[in-house]
Write a protein that binds this ligand. Structure first.
Ligand code: ZN
Ligand code: ZN
Length: 687
């Protein structure tokens, strides 16, 4: 469209997305310098009593009413203040991605769009930009590339010719099989085409590791990282560098899936099975699923790497949506899989939960001057404190959960709401002084190991000692430099780290995951155990893995014993198919909370009846039920599960039903009478 009247300053209206929980966008009079190519730029507009930065979604003729029938007339429009031209416009595919996420995960489009932009770029003033420095020192030359294994060669021969179009690929490779080397070769090929690469990792702790390998291999290529520990200013800078195309490689956690990359050529999702890819606040998206959608939309390959793929991805392989590529051998020719042993403890006397055989294994490790890991996925000293006289237990005052005994600072701590108080000297109910900790966590195991092996250097690694990435890096250096004989740790230690001297992994307390109420617990347990087992043994030192269990015949352990991940996944999927669980059904959950559970259940019962069941035969709404942990931080919680054999039917129903809920008397999106707060989650990981 051309300007038809030369002297008329304002010819356009801007349709602007604002970060607000509203389904609509807002129209403003365009500033004089507006052109139709300003779609995707940030714009400062008056909103309510203040100013906001919004995103231009459309530049429309002022006279017409644009696309929406309810667009306000020109004389009712407020003028936009100014268009920010410090950065190129957000690419159209990025806007589509955010809008898709908003519609699929039932969030407001303005929230999805603006919250995907770092806060530094959501201020009414242009950002100060700094030229991006390559992360590593330029004097380094790229190291020699290692020779490829037969497996790596086969995978690359398959993938490299397919870089110029969409394909979804599950790279299934056991720990140590060299998935990272495959990533690096793919990145190299994509960079050579002048394109950008997005590399997603589940955890902040894993970003420096991968970043180091990437920058070593490509010392002259600008790499940026995006995760929650990057400072606000740096995040804005990195985001901008990706948007301008200056950054060629973006490494980040789930939020990085929303990085604008105009020359995107490849997406890699490492540890694709990891639940950390799911966002659990605000818009509850799954970064892996969005990344696959994004790859499809832009027409680039996506590679999902894992040693223990998610059942969802495995099902996508079975249905032909994903292509499976295997790395069946460890990268070092002489490295062998660790020997797995199940230690049946049913007829054994245990000392503080540890069997004599397990202690003997650790003693052998010490004698051989090799590192051992005792894996127990529970932090603290003991999960609960009890009174031997009256049965009092250390419940949390605000949650339906026990408070955990922490021995170092002698506190009782709730792992859900953080409520902390000193360990009482006597029972608060009966005054009895004989209070006993029940069960065990990392601290208690550490204590008993110190008694058994007073000469050993023992290090505990869990969220209590490694809260920040810095702390973790210090511990990791200690482990790598072999200043540690026995590690006691949680799943923190299981992921992606390479400890060359570690030969023995002993697992205790794993049985709890077999019979948990959450039907995804076995899948997580299996992934954890396979990962932690993968830490044991390297080239010249074969590893040993010993699992203490009272259920040695359980199918999960039998698959573990044989290192047979495909068999485990097939079993899981068969069970899910029989039970009608995802991925064979689509689910959504409405969760609500208030001071009193009755208000919550009333609310859920009411919204359940808003549309009669016969009007949505394909979507089944279960009865409202209190959540497994009904009380959290003083509020009581319940949920409504929706299920459908068809994802589309479920989406259609949500699109019709959720606005009806919000339109009810006294209701808004997220709030209802009786002090009820509510929200919806599509594809929940826990229900
Ligand atoms: Zn008592
Ligand atoms: Zn609590």
């Amino acid at each position: 469209m051309q300007k038809s009247l030369e002297n008329q300053a304002v010819l356009w209206r801007l349709r602007v997305a604002i970060d607000a929980p509203l389904a609509v966008n807002f129209d403003y009079l365009a500033p004089a310098d507006t052109t139709p190519s300003d779609v995707g730029l940030r714009v400062v507009v008056p909103f309510g009593s203040g100013r906001r930065v919004g995103l231009i979604l459309a530049v429309l003729p002022l006279s017409g009413d644009g696309t929406a029938a309810d667009a306000p007339a020109a004389d009712q429009l407020k003028p936009a203040e100014s268009i920010l031209r410090d950065l190129p416009p957000m690419p159209a595919d990025w806007i589509s991605l955010c809008l898709f996420a908003a519609s699929y995960y039932q969030a407001a489009p303005g929230e999805a769009l603006l919250q995907a932009i770092p806060t530094g770029l959501r201020k009414p003033d242009p950002v100060k930009r700094r030229a991006l420095k390559a992360v590593s020192k330029a004097e380094h030359e790229a190291p020699m590339q290692p020779a490829l294994t037969a497996g790596q060669t086969a995978v690359l021969d398959d993938l490299l010719p397919r870089l110029n179009g969409y394909s979804a690929n599950l790279l299934f490779g056991i720990t140590g099989s060299g998935k990272t080397e495959v990533y690096l070769r793919l990145i190299e090929a994509v960079l050579a085409q002048g394109k950008q690469v997005l590399l997603l990792v589940p955890e902040i702790n894993l970003t420096p590791l991968l970043e180091a390998r990437v920058t070593q291999r490509f010392p002259h290529v600008p790499v940026v990282s995006l995760h929650s520990e990057v400072t606000e200013a740096a995040r804005a800078r990195h985001f901008a560098a990706a948007l301008t195309g200056e950054a060629h490689i973006v490494i980040g956690t789930r939020l990085a899936v929303f990085t604008p990359m105009p020359k995107l050529g490849l997406i890699i999702i490492d540890e694709e099975h990891d639940p950390a890819y799911k966002q659990l606040e605000g818009m509850r998206y799954h970064a892996r699923d969005l990344a696959v959608w994004r790859a499809h939309q832009v027409g680039v390959p996506v590679v999902l790497g894992s040693a223990t793929p998610s059942p969802e991805s495995w099902a996508n392989v079975q249905s032909g949506r994903y292509q499976r590529l295997d790395l069946p051998e460890r990268a070092h020719a002489d490295a062998v899989l660790p020997a797995m042993t199940l230690l049946d403890t049913r007829r054994m006397t245990l000392d503080e939960g540890l069997s004599a055989q397990l202690l003997e294994e650790l003693a052998q490790g010490l004698a051989a001057k090799e590192q051992s890991l005792l894996f127990i996925n529970r932090r603290g000293y003991a999960p609960v404190l009890t009174c031997t006289a009256c049965g009092w237990v250390s419940n949390c005052r605000r949650c339906a959960a026990h408070r955990v005994v922490h021995s170092l600072d002698r506190t009782l701590r709730c792992h859900h709401c953080g409520d902390t108080s000193p360990i009482p000297r006597q029972c608060p109910d009966c005054g009895n002084a004989d209070l006993r900790p029940l069960g065990r966590g990392t601290q208690r195991v550490e204590e008993s190991l110190r008694k058994h092996f007073p000469q050993a250097r023992i290090l505990r690694v869990d969220r209590d000692v490694a809260t920040t990435r810095k702390q973790w890096e210090v511990l990791e250096a200690q482990i790598r430099s072999q200043d540690v004989d026995i590690l006691v740790g949680t799943q923190m230690l299981a992921k992606g780290h390479d400890f060359p001297a570690l030969t023995r992994v002993c697992v205790v307390g794993a049985d709890a995951g077999l019979f948990a109420a959450d039907w995804r617990a076995p899948e997580r347990l299996f992934a954890q155990l396979m990962q932690v087992a993968g830490r044991a043994g390297r080239a010249d030192r074969p590893g040993r893995v010993i699992v203490q269990t009272e259920h040695p015949d359980h199918a999960l352990y039998q698959c573990l014993l044989r290192h047979d991940t495909p068999a485990f996944l097939d079993l899981e999927l068969t069970a899910r198919q029989q039970a009608g669980f995802p991925p064979y059904a689509a689910q959504a959950i409405v969760r609500a909370e208030a001071k009193q559970i009755d208000n919550v259940l009333d609310f859920l019962q009411r919204i359940r009846g808003l549309v009669p069941q016969e009007q949505h035969p394909e979507v089944f709404i279960y009865d409202p039920v209190p959540m497994r942990m009904v009380r959290l931080a003083g509020r009581e919680r319940a949920q409504l599960l929706l299920e459908s054999p068809s994802r589309i039917a479920l989406q259609n129903f949500l699109n019709q039903w959720l606005p009806m809920i919000s339109a009810g008397r006294g209701m808004t999106r997220g709030h209802a009478p009786g002090g009820v707060r509510w929200g919806v989650e599509v594809d929940p990981l826990e229900c």
